[in-house]
Write a protein that binds this ligand. Structure first.
Ligand code: COA
Length: 364
């Protein structure tokens, strides 16, 4: 009997120099950097440079000006954003606009794709609220400009650094589902736009990048720390999964959760608005971990990146419906680097299936 590896669990399908997810030790290494050292220190541009290094011949030392110019280029597509498109889910609107970009292979193509989720998310959110989109300022750092394009006003330095910490934390993560999808598309020699769209479509679901919005719904419904245990127990009794917990690879706490919790603590020191929300979240987290340990003693289920993503992005003023768009704004550089690495290897990804349907009928 042929064994099928459900969900390709345990299958090694690529060798990569980009990132290493050590699920037993709870470590994420991005090209030789521990994620917690990179987040809070590097800007998004630096993370993009780190991932692109060696995959584009003409990579400049400082990517910020080229990424600024790429935001301006992406903004040209915002003309296609009408009120009907903006009324749709922000992620769907962003994907539709992204599909308009060239399917090329150059560094410029890559940077326009990398810049586009921020530009399109900001424009969609403003259009949804009946406001005119704000054009990019190519002279600003990417994270600061992302927030400025949404608000129409400059963010504080602390807010821009917090968004940088988020984008850097999620920029790459081994062969996760969306990165695998991007590599499959790239392995057919489709262009970078196609690889990014494959990644983008795969990131959307709640088992991958779509979890942080529901984390906010969960916190809002729970409301107070006293209500955490009964609500969580009832959700699990109803067969639901607790969003922001569990991971395919990590058997201990997701290191990205701590990187984001640290970014949130830095932000709350400057913004001062979060203590109540953070206290509720910590109470819910403690209760959820206790309950999951008791109910699933054989399956370590720990806090994953999405739990503190939700809190950080909420504190930065992103609406929950846009959380996955912001995830994509960070992860796109990872998809592009993996696509280039896959293409350099040159081998088509084409696994097999085992046929379990009916045998051919005998001809009459
Ligand atoms: N809440 C409750 N139970 C969970 C759980 C969660 N968040 N995550 C996993 N489990 C349980 C499953 O129900 C299953 O139990 P069973 O064996 O009794 O049926 C067991 O743990 C294994 O789950 P499985 O789906 O096989 O593990 P996976 O490796 O495929 O799942 C995730 C990984 C991320 C999809 C899963 O943990 C999940 O759905 N988490 C919630 C969504 C989320 O936070 N996504 C963001 C990921 S970064």
């Amino acid at each position: 009997m042929v064994q099928v590896s459900a969900g390709l669990e345990g299958v090694i399908a690529a060798a990569t120099v980009l990132s290493d997810v050590d699920g037993q030790a709870g470590r994420l290494t991005l090209r030789g950097w521990a994620v917690e050292d990179l987040a809070g220190r590097a800007r998004f541009e630096d993370a993009a440079h780190l991932l692109f290094d060696g995959f584009f011949d003409d990579l400049p030392t400082d990517l910020a000006p080229a990424l600024g110019a790429a935001r301006v280029r992406a903004f040209a597509e915002v003309v296609a954003l009408d009120t009907a498109l903006a009324a749709r889910d922000p992620y769907d609107a962003m994907r539709a606009l992204l599909a308009r970009l060239p399917d090329g292979e150059t560094l410029h193509d890559a940077l326009v794709l990398a810049a586009a989720p921020a530009v399109f998310t900001a424009a969609t959110l403003r259009c949804r609220d009946g406001q005119a989109p704000v054009a990019p300022d190519p002279a600003l750092p990417h994270a600061a400009d992302f927030l400025r394009m949404i608000r129409g006003a400059a963010p504080t330095e602390g807010e821009a650094r917090a968004l940088d910490a988020y984008l850097v934390t999620v920029c790459d993560h081994g062969l996760n589902a969306s990165t695998f999808a991007a590599r499959v598309a790239a392995s057919t020699r489709a262009g970078l736009g196609s690889a990014v769209l494959a990644g983008l479509s795969t990131l959307k679901g709640p088992l991958h990048g779509g979890a942080p919005g529901p984390v906010i719904d969960m916190l809002d419904t729970i409301g107070t720390a006293d209500n955490a245990v009964p609500w969580l127990e009832a959700a699990l009794d109803a067969g639901e999964r607790l969003m922001g917990f569990g991971h395919r690879i990590y058997r201990v706490r997701d290191p990205r959760a701590d990187a984001l919790k640290a970014a949130l603590a830095r932000l709350s020191r400057t913004a001062g608005a979060l203590p109540g929300r953070l206290a509720l979240a910590e109470a819910v987290e403690r209760a959820a971990l206790d309950i999951l340990r008791r109910r699933k003693p054989d399956r370590p289920l720990e806090t994953n990146v999405e739990f503190y993503t939700a809190l950080l992005l909420e504190a930065l003023g992103f609406p929950p419906q846009a959380f996955t768009c912001v995830f994509a704004a960070g992860r796109t550089v990872g998809w592009i680097a993996h696509a280039r690495e896959q293409q350099a290897g040159g081998k088509l990804i084409r696994p097999q299936s085992v046929y379990v349907g009916p045998r051919p009928r005998a001809a009459a």
